[in-house]
Design a protein around this ligand. Structure first.
Ligand code: KIV
Ligand code: NA
Length: 273
């Protein structure tokens, strides 16, 4: 299969749903690459991998290290890397400086940034200068300190209208697709009908042009709170605990290592005699 391009994602509007998951490392990318159209190196890695309380402390250097690792494991899916908090909000020029480092130092195909109408100028600046942008509207985790939490957006009509305007603005600015996170289902469907770019939903609606989940959540490797919109496809966390317990039993009972795990001593040769 040929590598997925930004144009292919854009062209998927209204077609077969886009299959997207997060990935942060080479082995995770190798495991997910075949099934997915798009792998997102999300700044959720701050919470999922580093135990941070939010995505706010995630740095550009962290995103670049995990972005490069993910690209090395992906042969097919388009790899998109999140611009972290503080690396793009100041100005279009700052955003370009950060995005160009991400593209050059990871080899990924595009960047993602959070924000609607306020980020339209920046999205236009980037896309006109060779940086494909995946936009992200609705619930924006990098705004947790101004929003005061992670509750669903667009429940009341003024907020819903603002989110639709945001999705229009980022599409008009040149975003090749739009992540729609944590909005009431009818709003996600309306956004999908309204904009030309494909929508990629998370906690949004089955009517979106694609879906994304945090892989560690859907595989059961995150041990804290898992949001309502996650379907658990595996319980790898339980398997990891069971494997560690079985290993502990074997080591304590001296059942491990066994004969087949040991290097045999060399056979005595004539010279030793
Ligand atoms: O950081 C992330 O994983 C994301 C997805 C949940 C869309 O932004
Ligand atoms: Na993110």
């Amino acid at each position: 299969r040929r590598p997925v391009t930004v144009s292919a994602i854009r062209a998927a509007k209204g077609g077969a749903p886009l299959v997207c998951l997060t990935a942060y490392t080479t082995p995770m990318a190798q495991a997910l690459d075949e099934a997915c159209d798009l792998l997102l190196v999300g700044d959720s890695l701050g919470m999922v991998l580093y135990g941070l309380p939010s995505t706010i402390p995630v740095t550009l250097d962290m995103m670049i290290a995990h972005g490069a690792a993910t690209v090395r494991g992906a042969k097919h899916a388009l790899v998109v890397v999140d611009l972290p908090f503080g690396s793009y909000q100041e100005s279009p020029a700052q955003a370009f400086r950060s995005a160009s480092r991400i593209l050059a130092e990871t080899g990924c195909g595009a960047v993602k940034l959070e924000g609607g109408a306020v980020m339209a100028e920046t999205i236009a600046f980037l896309t006109q200068r060779g940086v494909p942008v995946l936009a992200h509207v609705g619930l924006q985790p990098q705004s947790v300190n101004t929003l005061g939490g992670y509750s669903a957006r667009g429940k009341l009509s003024p907020e819903a209208e603002t989110i639709i305007a945001d999705a229009r603005a980022v599409t008009d600015a040149g975003a090749f697709a739009v992540v729609v996170e944590g909005v009431v289902a009818p709003l996600a469907a309306r956004i999908t009908e309204t904009i030309r770019a494909p929508t990629i939903g998370i906690g949004a609606s089955a009517d979106c042009d694609g879906q994304i989940l945090v892989t560690d959540d859907m595989m059961g490797v995150t041990f804290g709170h898992v949001p309502k919109f996650v379907r658990k496809y595996a319980d790898l966390g339980a398997e990891m605990k069971a494997a560690a317990a079985a290993y502990a039993d074997d080591v304590r009972a001296r059942r491990f290592p066994a004969e087949e795990h040991l290097y045999a001593a060399p056979k005595p040769s004539a010279a030793d005699a």
